[in-house]
Ligand binder design. Structure first.
Ligand code: GLU
Length: 479
């Protein structure tokens, strides 16, 4: 078995964000391509902001997208003993130390840096406290954070699977980094992100860390922690950010950003997963843009992941969603539409075969699943004509044409097929002495209460066995 093990490490402080979901897609594709494992770790160490309902939303969203994971998710907060143990080791080896600087002192330090127009950083002031100085701070009752030493002249390099050779200078990492929150000086406070990620990735034997490029500086810091803790290094791949239409990082302010929002808007899991794969990855020549996750997994590699940010393109997503919906067999479409009809309070179809015919009729014009609610409505319930339909019914020849068709209609129990329906239209046009277009438009207005809709004859054939062709034409003639 392949030793490739990758993970998604979402924080349950919000719903599943499209950026996290795209990171999940790339992790999943890489794992499947390599025959490796795709794991989950719920990073719930921010106790105030983490909520169980967000964990559920994240797991549901991943499952809905088809991103199955391979082992029980690791819950980060359950591993705090291992995190503390690592911090003790760093304290013992001199890689970490207690810093007693108060919030007020740190703020004064930052203010000085602002005035000198320097980048904010911790100035490592408590790195070399003598035992006497420490004792004095403790005697004052000060609490301490624990900081990890980042030497200014450290040079951190790695070969990123997407971005190639990377190089960071220790002095660019903001000074010695806090790895545990403030606590009484003999205790170890809550361990923080960079430390816990390294400890957990190592414990989970993660071979490749695949995450967004907003984590580049974290990777540099984490590499120093791997060295200090003498842990084996994973490989790293940093994926490009998802950008909004203005070319800035897609954020909550851009409106729809949660996978559950996309789902509610009527996007299919297939199209969304397909689209996210294209956000930063170029399929090989000849593959086209419409594919399933499993198809993408057969060819996925980091050589085709772009470095440039990926702009979110609604038109492309809509197009893909339409492609998915148009290709769905009628029974699969019905399965997805039926709950939406129910939720919208629509009258349900009179029979299963009729419902399948309706799906066959509507399917080819759907872009989003939810369009199937409004488009089905006039088939399931008698419509109130809109302005354009009312207007059409007052056009010269409109009433005459419909009045000529009415007596030709077969009884609702007598089946009607497309050929005979077309024949009846010709007869009515001849009898009323109007142009065919007038009859067609007026019939559509009478049947659907609007001038847009699917094929007219198919619409009619669907309404006929319900007797709704006759009653709607009568109603439009003011019957
Ligand atoms: N919890 C972190 C996040 O959601 C994980 C980052 C990582 O993959 O290490 O950004």
């Amino acid at each position: 078995m392949s030793s490739v093990r990758v993970r998604l490490a979402p924080s349950p402080t919000g719903t599943l964000h499209i950026g996290t979901a795209r990171t999940a897609v790339f992790n999943w594709l890489f794992a499947r391509h390599q025959g490796g494992q795709f794991l989950l770790r719920i990073e719930d160490t921010d106790r105030e902001r983490s909520k169980p309902e967000f964990t559920s939303n994240i797991l549901e969203g991943l499952a809905w997208l088809g991103l199955a994971w391979d082992e029980e998710p690791v819950i980060q907060s359950a591993r705090i003993a291992a995190h503390r143990e690592a911090i003790s080791r760093l304290l013992a080896s001199g890689h970490a130390y207690r810093c007693y600087a108060s919030e007020a002192e740190l703020e004064a330090m930052r203010e000085g840096q602002r005035q000198a127009q320097q980048a904010p950083r911790y100035d490592n002031r408590h790195r070399h406290l003598t035992p006497e100085q420490q004792a004095a701070y403790q005697a004052e009752g000060r609490e301490a954070v624990i900081r990890f030493r980042i030497d200014d002249d450290a040079v951190i390099t790695w070969t990123d699977l997407v971005r190639g050779e990377m190089r960071w200078q220790g002095s660019d990492l903001g000074g010695d980094m806090v790895i545990a929150r403030r606590a009484p000086a003999d205790a170890i406070g809550d361990p923080l992100y960079n430390l816990v990620v390294v400890v957990d990735d190592a414990a989970m034997a993660i071979s490749h860390v695949i995450r967004g490029e907003d984590h580049l500086a974290n990777t540099a810091k984490q590499l120093l922690l791997y060295q200090a803790l003498e842990l084996p290094l994973p490989q790293f791949a940093h994926t490009p950010l998802i950008l909004n239409a203005e070319g800035r990082k897609l954020s909550k302010r851009d409106g729809v950003t949660s996978v559950s929002d996309f789902r509610e808007m009527g996007y299919t899991a297939e199209a969304l997963a397909n689209y996210m794969t294209l956000l930063g990855w170029s399929p090989p020549e000849g593959m086209g843009e419409r594919f399933s996750l499993s198809e993408a997994a057969t060819v996925f590699g980091f050589d085709r992941v772009n470095r440039a940010g990926a702009r979110f393109d609604w038109d492309k997503l809509n197009w893909l969603n339409g492609q998915v919906l148009h290709a769905l067999p009628a029974d699969a479409l019905l399965q997805r539409l039926q709950p939406l009809w129910q939720a919208a309070g629509l009258t349900l179809p009179p029979s299963a075969p009729w419902a399948l015919d309706l799906c066959r009729l509507l399917g080819p014009s759907l872009l989003r699943l939810n369009d199937g609610v409004e488009q089905a409505r006039p088939f399931l319930e008698r419509p109130t004509p809109d302005d354009s339909a009312r207007d059409q019914l007052t056009q010269p020849g409109a009433r005459e044409a419909l009045a000529a068709l009415l007596p030709l209609l077969p009884d609702q129990a007598t089946p009607l097929d497309a050929d005979s329906a077309r024949g009846l239209l010709d007869q009515a046009v001849a009898a009323a002495g109007v142009r065919k277009g007038v009859l067609m438009k007026s019939l559509r207005a009478a049947l659907l209460g609007r001038l847009q809709g699917p094929d007219l004859v198919d619409t009619w054939l669907l309404l006929h066995p319900l007797g709704e062709d006759r009653s709607r034409i009568e109603a439009s003639l003011g019957g």
